[in-house]
Design a protein around this ligand. Structure first.
Ligand code: SF4
Length: 441
């Protein structure tokens, strides 16, 4: 969600005439779009703000902006120790940044949400005016659209998992209208986008989600891949799974965080499902789509997590056979129920150990699953160069990384590859049918 927000802010500013530089040291305006999910990310932002403060103290004319969840969570409190911040903008007001910058004139601007002061009032059907404007800026601001794009369909969350700060920073769940999502999808596909990822904190809670998937798929034959994230285990209907299974170009991919494999931890996390209910959803998905890729999130070191609870998470990983998981060491987030009611009683040393053991467990699963792909022919979308080495990096529709040799002209193209090698993190392949005509042009 933050990658999308940053891209849309950039487009908004480009269309207002701002130019971008490649290093913060060369910029007159520095904006940090922030995440509050973990304490570590906030600490990094505070340290970078410290560097900017020194520059301003030395007389440099610089506009400093703190955007996103950290601005919302800390509210104006952050200004006490960081009086050099000129712009404080929460996630629901990012569409206003262009206007706020334009009107700064040496005076600080603050744009945070008011959902905290509107308790009890449903925002479910309120238009996301500011965010709609931000999303629309993509189509006018960006000259060269890439082959992949995100579309936000929902913002905020109503679940209140006990560890999570998101409902306090991004506010209650608000859905975009069917029509605006369909229009945006059509515009993107008409501009050459091949893969769309729909975004929402609990995306499958969108009303008539199955219908939305089907309509985007059916109305856009030029769209080669449609995927979505993040799904919430409790809300997944059979209808949505049926649409996924029967629509050829909807990726057989689910990002569906379990967070723990232990029922007592899930209860204290207020996740609203049991291990068995989670496994039942995985079974329902695999019955319809035997090769579906399942990706998950796990938290280690939640308060009170015993060795037995942790082992239950490891056994869930082996049972689900995730394609990949994101592992987080628990850190208490101010204002959350877990922070108020639970003692952060698992020492950091144990959290680190569990983190590493969990990654090792997942690596074993990933390697075994990847090895099954050797010899198969897969369609992949080439995204760019791999971070290490000279190979290109591509992705399967199940979001597996595939490394391959090929010319730069393949970037942005869908090609067929023959898988030749596998590791826990990626597959290696070779072009199986020569270069596509687009790459030769
Ligand atoms: S579902 Fe839970 S973890 Fe996910 S955003 Fe909502 S509160 Fe946070």
């Amino acid at each position: 969600m933050n990658i999308l927000d940053s891209e849309l802010i950039q487009n908004q500013l480009l269309s207002s005439g701002y130019e971008f530089v490649d290093q913060a040291e060369k910029a007159n305006i520095v904006l940090y779009n922030t995440c509050s999910v973990r304490d570590l990310s906030e600490q990094k932002v505070l340290s970078r703000l410290g560097v900017l403060k020194k520059r301003k103290d030395q007389g440099e004319k610089l506009v400093v902006g703190l955007l996103g969840c950290m601005a919302e969570r800390t509210n104006t409190d952050i200004l006490e120790k960081n009086p050099h911040i000129d712009l404080l903008v929460g996630p629901s007001r990012l569409g206003e940044i262009g206007g706020l910058l334009h009107n700064l004139r040496g005076e600080r601007k603050i744009a945070l949400s008011d959902f905290r002061t509107r308790k009890g009032k449903s925002l479910e059907h309120e238009p996301m005016d500011s965010l709609e404007a931000l999303d629309a800026a993509r189509l006018t601001g960006s000259k060269a659209l890439k082959s992949q794009a995100y579309i936000r369909i929902t913002r905020g969350c109503n679940k209140f998992c006990s560890f999570c700060v998101v409902p306090r920073t991004r506010g209650p769940e608000v859905h975009r209208s069917f029509e605006s999502i369909l229009n945006e999808a059509k515009s993107l596909v008409d501009s050459g986008v091949l893969e769309i990822t729909l975004l929402g904190q609990t995306i499958n809670h969108y009303p008539e989600f199955a219908k939305l998937l089907r309509e985007i798929h059916d109305q856009n034959p030029g769209l080669k891949r449609l995927r979505f994230m993040t799904s919430y285990p409790r809300d997944f209907t059979d209808e949505a799974l049926d649409v996924m299974a029967s629509s050829e170009r909807i990726c057989k991919y689910l990002h569906i965080p379990a967070q723990s494999g232990s029922d007592q931890i899930l209860r204290r996390m207020n996740r609203g499902y049991t291990r068995e209910q989670y496994l039942d959803l995985i079974r329902r998905a695999r019955e319809r789509m035997p090769n579906i890729s399942i990706v998950g999130d796990m938290i280690v070191g939640f308060p009170g997590e015993t060795e037995e609870d942790f082992e239950a998470s490891l056994s869930l990983i082996r049972e689900v056979r995730y394609q990949n998981i994101f592992v987080f060491k628990y850190s208490p987030r101010p204002g959350t129920v877990a922070d108020k009611r639970e003692l952060d009683d698992i020492p950091m040393e144990i959290k680190k150990l569990r983190n590493n053991r969990m990654l090792e467990c997942q690596n074993e699963v990933s390697l075994a699953e990847h090895q099954k792909a050797i010899g198969s022919r897969l369609s992949v979308l080439v995204e760019g160069y791999a971070k290490i080495g000279s190979k290109l990096q591509a992705r399967t529709q199940g979001d597996q990384i595939v490394l391959l040799e090929g010319p730069i002209s393949l970037i942005g193209q869908l090609v067929e590859v023959q898988i030749t090698q596998a590791s826990a993190l990626s597959l290696t392949g070779m072009l199986s049918s020569g270069l596509p005509p687009e790459a030769l042009a």
